[in-house]
Design a protein around this ligand. Structure first.
Ligand SMILES: NC(=O)c1ccc[n+]([C@@H]2O[C@H](COP(=O)([O-])OP(=O)(O)OC[C@H]3O[C@@H](n4cnc5c(N)ncnc54)[C@H](O)[C@@H]3O)[C@@H](O)[C@H]2O)c1
Length: 252
């Protein structure tokens, strides 16, 4: 009796993906996850590492040259994950220095636009996918983070704009909105009080590992989500679904 062996192809086998912010946190986890799914991954990050060449996303000309270099080396780009981002100091709105708004928008919005425009011709040819990393702050704002929240709201709106502008060309564009994820960016904000607040306020009662965001990004970058575009998806343990512990009276 012969045994039939079925091999399941890796979801991203033979694909090339560019991941921005790949030197750290969610971007690094995503680069590793996509490699695990069979993709060739090129990382772009302002802090260059062995895994992610140094590139400042706010420099449009340099980003365009980097995209051309990826196509020259790998032939095409099937997926772009726009993950690079910054946060600015926690301050009430009336005291935020306008330069903090500028910084947040330069990296979180204009950097994402630079990468998306630079990679667009390759995505067009490959009928590829873009995954933008927004934030729970795009859906429910964080206190004293007006510049960051506004920039992530812009990423959510931009995701929908890109999705409808590029749908006919066969390019899908979606976003994930992570909740608190244990990365160097989030660790700066951690206090025992925040930990307790997250336990109470997040229905799932916890923070997340970067891999738990990376796996959703991978789904949105792959053909497994071939009918999905323009979605801004919370990956937040229910934070934006509602308040889990309201002391409602009147039991049935
Ligand atoms: N960690 C969280 O709790 C959380 C929650 C929601 C959303 N996010 C978003 O996820 C993304 C990744 O965040 P993280 O927590 O992994 O942070 P991180 O600080 O660990 O990683 C961000 C990376 O972006 C890179 N970067 C910053 N400016 C850049 C520029 N001008 N050009 C190129 N690269 C640049 C940094 O060098 C860094 O490696 C960000 O967009 C962030 O806003 C994070």
């Amino acid at each position: 009796m012969s045994t039939e062996v079925t091999t399941v192809p890796a979801p991203l086998g033979g694909r090339t993906a560019v991941v921005t912010g790949a030197a750290s946190g969610i971007g690094a986890a995503t680069a590793e996850f996509l490699r695990g799914q069979g993709a060739t991954v090129v990382g772009w990050d302002i802090s260059g590492t062995a895994e992610a060449g140094p590139l400042d996303l706010t420099d449009a000309a340099a980003v365009k040259a980097a995209a051309a270099a990826v196509v020259a080396e790998h032939g095409s780009i099937h997926a772009l994950v726009n993950c690079a981002g910054i946060i600015t100091p926690n301050l009430p709105m009336e005291t935020v220095d306008p330069s903090d708004f500028q910084k947040c928008f330069d990296v979180n919005v204009v950097g994402l636009v630079n990468a998306s425009q630079a990679v667009y011709p390759a995505l067009l040819e490959a009928k590829g996918a873009v995954v933008n990393v927004a934030s729970q702050a795009a859906l429910v704002c964080l206190p004293h983070q007006s510049a960051y929240s506004a920039s992530k709201g812009a990423v959510a709106a931009l995701t929908r704009s890109m999705a409808i502008d590029w749908a006919e060309a066969g390019i899908r564009v979606n976003a994930v909105c992570p909740g608190f994820t244990l990365t160097p960016m989030a660790v700066q904000q951690m206090t025992p009080e925040l930990d307790a607040a997250v336990s109470r306020r997040v229905p799932m009662g916890r923070m997340f590992q970067p891999d738990e965001i990376a796996s959703v990004i991978s789904f949105l970058a792959s053909d497994a989500s071939s009918a999905v575009t323009g979605v801004v998806m919370a990956v937040d343990g229910g934070w934006t679904a509602g308040e889990p512990a309201l002391p409602m009276g009147g039991a049935a």
